[in-house]
Design a protein around this ligand. Structure first.
Ligand SMILES: Cc1ncc(COP(=O)(O)O)c(C=O)c1O
Length: 387
């Protein structure tokens, strides 16, 4: 094949822009010197811009799950009652991490493919008259199902109950709107390999002053993930332990791109991706797991047609066109395939991938007319414009 370019249509890791890749090839510097100080100060401000916050933000050398663990060990003590809201694999994970570190977790599960109902949470919170719940855990974008929770409404449902409100925004931040300060979110975690367009390896935690006060008395075990230590070092423009310097260079470059485009324009662009993919896939006669009202802009979960498993489609599109799509997780394995469309993706990439998918579906025996999906996606693009 002449063109070896891979279409990495995963909900993370996502494609990394060329200038970001090149920026990470710089020589090492002293992580306790003036250059690094400037670097960490610049990227911390940039990450705050994406988070829409003036709260403190720490950058951790970790996958997203590391940041989830940091959120737990800094703000939840063993024996604390935690209300975990789960709509899929990653909601379950947040609950599990809290449980592993000694929290008494009460989980509210919603069916996979649906969003959390704020009214159910409002009722549960109202019933907690003795204020026993210390923390509420919730996922912004549930990557296993392609559903986005209405974080603003859920936060409002918790109201003035004193529980800390902690959000896993690993795959949603930077692709969909999330207003850390305006919505009163106490702890928000995210990761580098999604909308931030850099390789895996860094994660972020935004922390409200209220959460920092809780950290003062939190007696869970922590050393590497000590957020107070990270903030103390940040005052000097350093990290407690040797940072992943190359990834910081990549992050600086990626944030410059994001700043240039503007966070709200980025969010609007991702909404167009969502609409293009959903319209395109539907026009091929396929069904989507999530309803339009709760559909993610980061990824789309597609139900595989009867008789053709999702994994056959993924294998075929990889071998035939070098397009990488994600599979379903756990009980959704072979039931859905997931098309990631966040970060450094272009509208034309999506048209190409939809065209490839149509050919693959025909080759696998589906009776569809070529071009219908691409046409619908083109129409969306024509009507909404290239953002
Ligand atoms: C919503 C969500 N939370 C947490 C994670 C965990 O991130 P990581 O795989 O970097 O540990 C992911 C990864 O896909 C995610 O999508």
């Amino acid at each position: 094949m002449l063109d070896e370019q891979q279409y990495l249509m995963l909900p993370g890791p996502t494609p990394v822009p060329d200038n970001v890749l090149r920026s990470m090839a710089k020589p090492m510097i002293n992580h306790r010197g003036p250059e690094f100080k400037q670097l960490i100060e610049e990227v911390t401000e940039g990450v705050k811009m994406v988070y829409k916050t003036r709260n403190d933000v720490v950058i951790l050398p970790a996958a997203g799950t590391g940041a989830m663990e940091a959120a737990v060990v800094n703000f939840i003590s063993p024996g604390d009652k935690v209300l975990a809201i789960s709509i899929g694999v990653f909601g379950d994970r947040f609950a599990k991490v809290a449980e592993e570190f000694g929290a008494v977790v009460e989980k509210i599960d919603f069916p996979w493919g649906e969003a959390a109902d704020p009214e159910v949470i409002r009722e549960r919170i109202a019933a907690d008259r003795n204020r026993e719940i210390k923390v509420v855990l919730v996922t912004h974008n549930e990557t296993s199902t392609g559903v986005v929770n209405d974080i603003k409404a859920i936060r409002e449902a918790v109201g003035n109950h004193p529980a800390l409100f902690m959000v896993d925004a690993v795959s949603g931040l930077g692709a969909m709107n999330l207003e850390t300060d305006n919505w009163g979110l106490d702890v928000v975690v995210s990761g580098s390999q999604k909308a931030f367009m850099i390789p895996p390896g860094l994660s972020f935690v935004a922390v409200s002053p209220r959460a920092l006060r809780v950290a003062d008395t939190c007696n869970n075990c922590r050393y590497y993930w000590d957020i107070k230590a990270a903030l103390k070092y940040l005052e000097k423009g350093q990290t407690p332990y040797t940072p992943a310097i190359s990834l910081y260079y990549g992050l600086r470059e990626a944030l410059r791109l994001m700043e240039k485009e503007g966070i709200d324009n980025i969010i609007a662009r991702h909404a167009v991706y969502r609409d293009m993919v959903r319209a395109g896939v539907r026009a091929m006669g396929l069904r989507l797991l999530a309803d339009d009202k709760v559909a993610s802009s980061s990824l789309t979960a597609v139900l595989a047609p009867e008789g053709i498993g999702a994994n056959r489609i993924r294998k075929h599109i990889l071998e035939r066109f070098n397009v990488v799509m994600a599979g379903g997780q756990q009980k959704l394995d072979n039931v859905i395939f997931r098309i990631g469309h966040l970060g450094h993706v272009r509208h034309l990439d999506l048209l190409a991938v939809l065209a490839a998918l149509e050919i693959v579906l025909v080759e696998l025996g589906m009776d569809i007319e070529l071009g219908q999906g691409v046409k619908k996606a083109q129409e969306i693009l024509l009507n909404k414009g290239v953002q």
